[in-house]
Design a protein around this ligand. Structure first.
Ligand SMILES: O=C1C[C@@](O)(C(=O)O)C[C@@H](O)[C@@H]1O
Length: 265
């Protein structure tokens, strides 16, 4: 395999620890490199039991409890959500995903999480549109003050939005040094953004996201679909010709369409 890519499968932690354990096992068996556990789908009472069953894999896991205003499903107050985040951090997963907006407005939370020595993934989600390239770069610079691990996921309204979001990888290369160790995951959601979900890892993202079955975000592909798309790209020698331009994005979008068609047809 020439194309190097990693996939993080997003899993909803609902209240049954047994089904969470089964889903996690399935994701790893089906070739997922990492798992994102979405604790915003569980009640706060269930969290300890759920943590028990994922503990052994925590060094390959991203934990999060996403706020409702960034696409999450948490059913308690904001104070309760912050308590959950602190609890999750105390288990020291590979990364704890916390929204940029949350750490920006709550320095105390940020200091607390840092004091627990938990590596943070600072995230930004926009479910309405994709800001301009300049605005995306500004957002990313602000996020980098909090962690070297950052994630920006926005809604694509047009094919051009893929180019905007993927331009962040060039900015990282031009503006920062390798030794800064910045790990950026940036892609678009929505049907128009599918190519960026696949291309991001080929342009510098350490991993992309996939669903186990049902998508947890607009147009999230499944782990099986993602793996098949990369396999076909590899077999057809795509690695050589990958750039962030309209031609590549259209080519990859067409390939995704035909792979999905063949898988379901
Ligand atoms: O930020 C992301 C990416 C995502 O929104 C997606 O579109 O694949 C899925 C979320 O679970 C994850 O936290």
């Amino acid at each position: 395999m020439i194309i190097s890519y990693k996939i993080c499968t997003s899993i909803q932690a609902r209240d049954s620890s047994r089904s969470l354990a089964l889903d996690v096992a399935r994701a790893f068996n089906e070739g997922s490199d990492m798992v994102e556990v979405r604790f915003d789908y569980s009640s706060k009472e269930a969290i300890n039991d759920l943590l028990d069953v994922v503990m052994e894999h925590r060094d390959r896991m991203i934990f999060t409890c996403r706020s409702r205003d960034e696409g999450g499903a948490f059913n308690g107050s904001e104070a309760e959500r912050l308590m959950v985040l602190k609890r999750l951090a105390s288990f020291r997963p590979m990364l704890l995903d916390v929204e940029y907006k949350t750490v920006e407005r709550d320095e105390e939370l940020y200091d607390h999480l840092r004091a627990l020595n938990c590596d943070l993934l600072i995230s930004y989600h926009d479910f309405n549109n994709t800001p301009s390239r300049n605005r995306l770069a500004e957002i990313m610079d602000g996020m980098l003050k909090y962690s070297r691990n950052v994630k920006i996921v926005t809604m694509a309204k047009s094919v051009e939005d893929n180019e905007s979001i993927l331009s962040l990888y060039d900015i990282i290369k031009d503006k920062y040094k390798k030794k800064d160790g910045i790990q950026l995951v940036a892609f678009c959601m929505g049907e128009h953004g599918l190519a960026s979900r696949v291309l991001c890892t080929m342009l510098g993202a350490p991993y992309t996201y996939a669903a186990l079955d049902k998508p947890l975000a607009p147009s999230q592909l499944t782990l099986r679909q993602m793996r098949m798309i990369y396999k076909v790209m590899d077999e057809n020698g795509y690695a050589k010709s990958i750039r962030n331009d309209r031609y590549t994005i259209d080519m990859v979008a067409r390939l995704i369409g035909s792979v999905l068609h063949d898988m379901h047809g």
